[in-house]
Design a protein around this ligand. Sequence first.
Ligand SMILES: NC(=O)c1ccc[n+]([C@@H]2O[C@H](COP(=O)([O-])OP(=O)(O)OC[C@H]3O[C@@H](n4cnc5c(N)ncnc54)[C@H](O)[C@@H]3O)[C@@H](O)[C@H]2O)c1
Ligand SMILES: O=C(O)C[C@H](O)C(=O)O
Length: 325
Amino acid sequence: MVNVSVLGAAGGIGQPLSLLLKTNEQVGVLKLYDIVNVPGVAADLSHVNTNSTVYSYLGSEKLGEALEGADIVIIPAGVPRKPGMTRDDLFKINAGIVRDLAVGIAKTCPKAFVLVISNPVNSTVPIVCEILKKYGVFDPKRVFGVTTLDVVRASRFIRDVIPDVDSFATSVPVIGGHSGNTIVPLLSAVQPKVQLTETQIEEITHRIQFGGDEVVKAKDGAGSATLSMAYAASRFANSLIKAFSGALVIEPTYISLDADPKNASIVRNLGAGDLQYFAVPVRLGTNGVEEIVPLPPVSKFEAKAIEVAVGALSENIVAGTKFVQ
Ligand SMILES: NC(=O)c1ccc[n+]([C@@H]2O[C@H](COP(=O)([O-])OP(=O)(O)OC[C@H]3O[C@@H](n4cnc5c(N)ncnc54)[C@H](O)[C@@H]3O)[C@@H](O)[C@H]2O)c1
Ligand SMILES: O=C(O)C[C@H](O)C(=O)O
């Protein structure tokens, strides 16, 4: 049985994500933490007749208890975008929120697997890693930026163009980071293979890179993706939990490349250069990242996209790292 703590559980992502986690029978304890409204969310969820027990923790003085015994900590705490904002505009508020939660993790459950959802993921993951380093408990195999939504979107958007594709069974490696042109879908490596024209490749790539903006615009000031994000984060958490019991599971995620220095060189040769963090498909296991899955050679179009991504990512990583140092 696995103990999961959700930090920011009363929010737009936190609530449906907690519901999806409640349906996973491998979850034994589900701890919900927030600074508002969480007792009601937990009371409601606790009536669902799956076997996990739900606990509620309200306010920062309860953070330690919320993290006690956690195997997996999922962080959707923080503010979402409004139209006209970039994810980087969220740094001012979310960097401090994520830093404080990471301190709690370092002190209370340093061996937990940490799944970071709060934006800007390109910077919040370095923040979590730097805090864990500061406390001497950093394991690069255990900290994940959740980029699953990019992959979920990619396979769905391909189906929007080619209706006989099975979106659920289609796997698309999406590498780089999680914002605009740092998101690099490798449409040349879609499995099973699909035939796309150059125009389709350009259009689908752009839609995957800016899919978040579609939702922000449609919600018109009421936030960003929550339901599709909850689905994506529960898919990642479920994959990790499956991997604990030996299943072969591959998920793309934004990680420190120190998690697998050997295969990191393949990613570096694809164009990531000396970046410390990059989203890559990884094989998950009992220790978290078992290996970075080697990627096939990329197309010219993708190589150019990687080049553009690296410049922006590098700034995001420096911002996150400096914030802690
Ligand atoms: N990684 C991704 O693909 C992805 C996708 C969608 C959204 N996001 C990001 O997820 C974050 C949350 O989005 P949302 O729509 O759920 O926002 P929301 O405002 O609906 O919910 C956020 C929750 O976090 C809580 N919170 C704020 N400060 C906290 C703290 N210090 N400790 C604990 N909880 C705290 C709030 O009370 C709220 O309940 C945003 O930063 C958003 O940009 C990421
Ligand atoms: O777009 C956002 O701000 C939220 C999220 O990162 C997304 O991709 O939907």
